[in-house]
Design a protein around this ligand. Structure first.
Ligand code: TRP
Length: 353
């Protein structure tokens, strides 16, 4: 990105209520991201009560994608377009899209926090433990990512005070990281002096969306995702491939709607709630076929995605670089006083050089 452009900060106002949350930039976003995160981010943005920092975690993406760095540049653009298309709006004065790698103050904070982060505590982190199972050759960067993520959060810590708040909307799997971040911040405050406002987790109530194969998680790598940028035909095709109730080999056999991906999606995305209720009743009675239920789902999903697609078209020639420069600048401005104070308290500022 560099600093070639003149950056015009949107507003000088200092907010005491801030939101920071992020996503790793490893590819296009899908319906699972929408249900688990983006829907809630947009709602918080629209309250106008918080200064929102939405982080594109391109450094954290390297914890698993160091062999494919070329993927990152492309993914950053895709994620920005996906965010814009669901209505996150960096034109608003209180909304910033931040590119993690371009905030040097954050890297510094990460190193300094790592000095008081307990290795054993990291090893006990259940999310990290689960992820380690699929990491043949975990790097030091990977093992340290909970600390690095704490730096993401605390880089925008507002001044401590009764009005201050640092809110982190995340999926349930991220809770251990936030607990860890909080214990780190508390330890710092106690050891050196009050700098950080403990963060508050806002865990989405909708939880995780199953894949079209019914696997617990929708994910690009499992090839079971419907992307926010998929066209109508692709969505229809994915719905055709979708798993239903495996025990129901004929349409006149009463079917299960509870753990059935097709009905899970109907409940999550179909705006016509009466239709979902009716279809459910018929399905459980063995009076409607999978084909019919799927046809209605494909339509419902496409109706849901249409406004997202339209917004995406409007943004096609948007200045992604400009958006990121402004947002990243805002994060740097927020982080500078924090890291300065941390340096001071850790006896690392040397006035007079
Ligand atoms: N670990 C998060 C994920 O994989 C992404 C992330 C990076 C994040 N930094 C963050 C989330 C800070 C919340 C706060 O989804």
């Amino acid at each position: 990105m560099g600093c070639r452009h003149q950056i015009t900060p949107k507003e000088q106002k200092v907010y005491l209520k801030r939101v920071l949350t992020g996503m790793r930039t490893t590819g296009s976003l899908h319906l699972g991201h929408y249900v688990g995160a983006l829907k809630q981010w947009k709602e918080i943005q629209d309250t106008g009560e918080y200064e929102c920092f939405f982080l594109l975690a391109d450094v954290q993406a390297l914890t698993t994608h160091a062999d494919h760095p070329e993927l990152l540049t492309k993914s950053v653009r895709e994620v920005v377009l996906d965010w814009l298309s669901v209505g996150l709006d960096p034109n608003l004065p209180h909304v910033h899209f931040v590119l993690q790698s371009q905030v040097p103050e954050r890297h510094e904070l990460s190193v300094l926090l790592s000095m008081i982060a307990r290795y054993k505590e990291v090893l006990r982190n259940p999310t990290l433990k689960t992820e380690l199972r699929t990491q043949q050759d975990a790097t030091v960067g990977f093992m340290a990512y909970p600390v690095d993520q704490a730096a993401d959060i605390y880089m925008v810590s507002p001044q401590p005070g009764s009005e201050s708040e640092l809110l982190v909307p995340v999926g349930r799997d991220q809770s251990p990281h936030l607990e860890f971040a909080n214990s780190l911040a508390r330890r710092f405050n106690k050891k050196y002096g009050l700098v950080f406002v403990p963060c508050t987790a806002l865990v989405g109530k909708l939880g995780r969306l199953v894949g079209i194969d019914g696997m617990t998680k929708m994910s690009k790598s499992l090839n079971n995702a419907i992307n926010l940028s998929d066209d109508r035909k692709t969505v229809e095709e994915s719905v055709r491939r979708m798993f239903t109730d495996p025990k129901r080999v004929r349409a006149d056999i009463p079917g299960d709607t509870r753990n059935n991906p097709v009905f899970i999606y109907h409940r999550a995305f179909n705006a016509d709630k009466a239709q979902v209720r009716d279809l459910g009743r018929l399905y459980r009675a063995g009076r409607v076929g999978d084909v019919e239920v799927k046809r209605k789902l494909a339509k419902a999903l496409n109706d849901f995605l249409d406004p997202i697609r339209q917004r995406r078209l409007q943004y096609e020639s948007v200045d992604v670089r400009g958006i990121l420069e402004e947002g990243t600048w805002a994060a740097r401005k927020a982080c500078q006083p924090v890291v300065e104070r941390v340096r001071e308290l850790m006896h690392l500022s040397y006035p007079g050089g």
